[in-house]
Design a binder for this molecule. Structure first.
Ligand code: B12
Ligand code: SF4
Length: 554
């Protein structure tokens, strides 16, 4: 079916709206495109997946539809992570004028099924599909939707409802991670215990050729700021801090530090108000280098996700950067680094790829994501590969997610080998550097030792807050890791032992007591988790229903 022209919905802001993410379960193979290797988990999907029971497990809500719901005045329900049954129930229980479905490309099969269900169960509803799935060429012919929205969705939905698309953006209250578990233990959901997500912008002006988020929001030189200034951002963060009782923010902005004026104004306001916040950010190496280490520390940057791509890559964000030196420096200042390396770049061959992976592993980041070089619809890389006739056309979109096999013909590496090299990279990082949890502990200790006596009380307060976990639960975790690795990887075990001794030197009573009391419990839960994982245990996020401006239909 051909998408209709975008006009305003006849009911305007009185239209009743359902915004849904695609249905689960996710971490199992099925006919709608779920894949067991593609769980709804950030770390276990693409970062710590080879780390067994030490893998960090957690879910993240679908922030795009939460943002849209918060910024329209129409009655609106958000249904996040429904089952097919829950989606059907919601469609029949409430009458919706508009059903919005949010999806990325891998889940297009689920979108197709959801559109079919809407036509059957709620035939009067207008179907709107948004998110990255909209970038698939010819998606109109794959799914039965009335509107397919490319790019930013808040302004689109406001326009569609006849509302002011330029009104200021209200930020929803978002707890960044859910149901966090590690070593077989689910961490308690304490109010304020988990960072809040804040989304200052979408898109990234760097425009790397493979980057789907950059291209989806305009490509090179373009991005959309929800909050232009440090003042606006500060105000939003203060509001969230008060309501969620957090000190810690997961800043969902592809390249937060690139917006230097905004970041430095935020810092100025944080200093004036004595805010000792922690920020987890995404930033490119060239953007990080625009700041001194002290500025980063003052800004509360405690975790940074940085694209390393490859030691020989030509991306402008890496130009002139000695990446290894930068990652070491960041960690010495207590900033946890998550590196991201691409497997299968154009210059990779079976002969040089092992060396490239070894270099990436040698950066010794706290976390390391490995991803296959993947031409994704909408990106310059996709266009280039398509023009060269190198795209594999018989692949199910559900298998194009960068963690399986190439979706294009590589000049030197076969499809089968792409997976082998990818899996080997994760394995090698774990073998050489040990569990990410241990590496994080190392960075936390370095930060504490360096800044515990810093003259700025905001800085001291933050490092004291961070080290609290290290001298208690994490030291018990170190005790377990040291024991478990003794049998399989003596070198890692010895390094963990050394770190634990340092922690115990710093906190002689608490750290030892915690290791002695909590250690055996954690050891038991870790081993139980290993057994569960060996039997194929997977995890699924719970379903959420949230209603706003809601009145029951008469
Ligand atoms: C959080 C996140 C996740 C979470 C899950 C989120 C969820 N509940 O689905 C986790 C960590 C589990 C995850 C997993 C995966 N993810 Co992910 N993820 C993200 C991340 C980091 C943030 C998403 C976000 O909230 N952005 C901010 C919001 C505001 O932007 P947005 O979602 O795009 O929404 C805007 C518009 O798209 C639009 N919109 C969105 N929905 C709708 C709906 C309607 C009706 C309308 C009108 C508009 C609209 O309006 C919104 C406001 O402007 C993005 C990267 C990024 N920076 O966006 C990747 C990203 C979305 N993920 C991606 C991928 C590939 C994956 C994985 C396959 C893992 C992997 N191998 O990379 C898995 C898939 C898991 C699965 N089984 O489905 C890709 C998608 C690529 C593509 N072109 O499809 C992205 C873009 C990362 C990347 N650069 O490659 N992911
Ligand atoms: S710097 Fe990162 S976010 Fe920006 S375009 Fe490149 S890969 Fe994308």
């Amino acid at each position: 079916m051909k998408p209709k022209q975008v006009e305003t919905h006849p009911k305007g802001s009185h239209a009743r709206i359902l915004l849904s993410s695609v249905f689960g379960p996710y971490a199992q193979d099925d006919e709608f495109g779920s894949r067991s290797i593609n769980p709804m988990e950030l770390y276990h999907n693409q970062v710590t997946r080879a780390q067994g029971s030490f893998s960090l497990r957690m879910f993240h809500r679908s922030w795009g539809i939460m943002m849209i719901q918060e910024n329209i005045s129409a009655p609106c329900s958000v249904l996040d992570f429904p089952t097919r049954k829950a989606f059907a129930r919601e469609l029949t229980k409430n009458h919706y004028d508009i059903v919005g479905i949010s999806s990325i490309i891998v889940n297009v099969g689920k979108v197709r099924e959801m559109c079919r269900m809407v036509r059957e169960l709620s035939p009067d509803s207008v179907i709107v599909v948004g998110g990255h799935v909209a970038a698939i060429p010819g998606v109109e012919t794959m799914i039965d939707a009335d509107h397919i929205v490319r790019g930013e969705g808040i302004s689109w939905m406001r326009r569609y409802l006849g509302e002011d698309e330029h009104a200021p953006i209200r930020h929803p209250l978002i707890v960044s991670g859910l149901e966090t578990r590690i070593m077989g233990i689910r961490l308690p959901n304490r109010k304020g215990g988990t960072a809040a997500t804040i989304i200052p912008s979408v898109g990234c002006p760097m425009g790397c050729n493979f980057c789907t988020t950059s291209s989806f929001f305009g490509g090179k030189g373009k991005f959309i700021n929800f909050y232009e200034t440090g003042d606006e951002l500060f105000e939003v963060m203060c509001g969230i801090e008060a309501k969620l009782k957090v000190h810690s923010f997961f800043v969902m902005d592809e390249n937060f530090l690139l917006h230097r004026t905004r970041a430095l104004r935020l810092l100025e306001l944080m200093k004036q108000a004595g805010k000792s916040w922690e920020l987890s950010i995404f930033a490119s190496a060239n953007a990080i280098r625009k700041y001194t280490m002290l500025e980063l520390v003052e800004l509360g940057v405690s975790w940074v996700w940085m694209g390393l791509e490859s030691p020989r890559s030509t991306y402008s964000k890496l130009q002139g950067e000695e990446v290894g030196q930068l990652t070491r420096e960041l960690r010495k200042h207590g900033i946890r680094v998550q590196g991201s390396t691409i497997i299968g770049l154009e210059h990779h061959t079976p002969d040089n790829i092992v060396g490239e992976i070894e270099s990436a592993v040698g950066y010794q980041t706290d976390f390391h994501q490995f991803m296959l070089y993947t031409p994704v619809p909408g990106t310059p890389l996709y266009k280039e590969m398509s023009e060269q006739g190198r795209l594999l056309t018989d692949m199910d979109p559900a298998d194009i997610h960068g963690q399986f096999k190439f979706n294009f013909r590589h000049a030197a590496i076969s499809r089968e080998d792409s997976k082998r090299f990818l899996d080997w990279a994760f394995w090698r990082d774990f073998e050489i550097n040990g569990p990410s949890l241990y590496r994080m502990c190392q960075t936390t200790l370095l930060g504490w030792q360096r800044y515990k006596d810093h003259p700025d009380p905001r800085i001291r307060e933050r490092f004291a807050r961070e080290v609290k976990k290290l001298n208690s639960t994490y030291n018990a975790a170190l005790w377990v890791m040291e024991r478990e690795f003794k049998k399989v990887n003596r070198s890692v075990s010895e390094r963990i032992h050394k770190l634990r001794r340092e922690v115990e030197k710093e906190f002689p009573v608490v750290a030892r007591l915690c290791a002695a009391s909590l250690g055996p419990i954690l050891l038991w839960s870790t081993r139980r988790e290993e057994r569960r994982l060996a039997k194929g245990r997977t995890y699924e996020p719970p379903t959420f229903v949230e209603r706003r401006n809601w009145v029951s239909a008469s």
